[in-house]
Ligand binder design. Structure first.
Ligand code: NAI
Ligand SMILES: O=C(O)C1=N[C@H](C(=O)O)C[C@H](O)C1
Length: 248
């Protein structure tokens, strides 16, 4: 008989939380034992071994800390985790050996591949910019995916000895050139009718490379959520990025 994993979803009434509850309920090896929303007492997380955390950036660190303190593994899709918050979580995990937390800026396989391809391409191109588009209900900008993509690109550029992206702009009073994440220009669009989309545009003399990923439906995130739930217990400590579980 297989050992079924008892799972709780935090943020269960949200766009992602509802989808995650359905995916867990439909999985042959998982049991949905708890659904938690804003204002609920997480208590012992209804006896869950793994919690899926899909809330808002301001609530996520406390929810994850609650899980870790009770020895419950956490699969976290909530974005907006700063390096400072990640460091505090690592510190907390060092006092709970055996507990695993996965922070996954994006669960979609295509988005993970896009980030990996962007990392590979980065050293060959002088110019690069990231453009993400999301539904207008998203509270954080840039997206976690865009921020991570930019950081990965920046690290690859540094390693290759590339300097700043070329840009002669000397007047931009309204911020038309977007944000900079680790020196990489990032632009965020919010549009009714969209879900989650990203382009990474590379340029070199006489050529361009464009990488694009589209999530048209939140079902695209569910195989990744389920992989995370099944594997987090085998990965104690903090892991940032589902690619580390998938060998990408
Ligand atoms: N990693 C990934 O692949 C993906 C990550 N996300 C991220 O997941 C998060 C949730 O996204 P959506 O579902 O679209 O947002 P949403 O706004 O639809 O849902 C968030 C839910 O969290 C609840 N909530 C707020 N504070 C809470 C608290 N303290 N405890 C428990 N529940 C609380 C809200 O009431 C709401 O139901 C966002 O950070 C988003 O960026 C979204 C899609 C994919
Ligand atoms: O809020 C969303 O919808 C999404 N959030 C994640 C992010 O910020 O990157 C993942 C995906 O883009 C959908």
């Amino acid at each position: 008989m297989t050992d079924r994993i008892p799972v709780a979803v935090i943020g269960a009434s949200g766009r992602m939380g509802m989808q995650a509850c359905r995916a867990v309920e439909d999985a042959h090896d998982l049991d949905l034992v708890g659904r938690f929303g804003a204002g609920d007492d997480l208590g012992d997380l209804a006896g869950a071994r793994v919690a899926v955390e899909l809330t808002v950036p301001d609530a996520s660190p406390a929810n994850v800390a609650h899980c870790v303190e009770r020895g419950v593994h956490a699969v976290v899709g909530t974005t907006g985790w700063s390096q400072e918050r990640l460091d505090a979580l690592s510190e907390r995990l060092s006092g709970q050996p055996g507990v695993g937390v996965l922070i996954a800026p994006n669960f979609a396989i295509g988005a993970l591949l896009m980030m990996s391809f962007a990392q590979q391409a980065a050293r060959f191109y002088e110019s690069v910019e990231v453009v993400e588009t999301h539904h207008p209900g998203k509270v954080d900008a840039p997206s976690g995916t865009a921020a991570r993509t930019a950081s990965l690109i920046a690290a690859a550029r540094r390693e290759a000895g590339l300097g700043e992206v070329p840009d002669a702009t000397s007047s931009d009073p309204d911020g038309a050139r977007g944000a900079r994440v680790d020196g990489v220009p990032v632009h965020a669009l919010r549009m009714r009718g969209r879900v989650a989309h990203q382009e990474v545009a590379f340029g070199a003399v006489g050529e361009a490379l464009t990488l694009r990923h589209d999530s048209f439906d939140r079902v695209s995130f569910m195989p990744g959520v389920l992989s995370g739930v099944r594997q987090v217990g085998d990965h104690p400590g903090l892991t940032v990025g589902l690619e580390h579980y998938l060998g990408l």
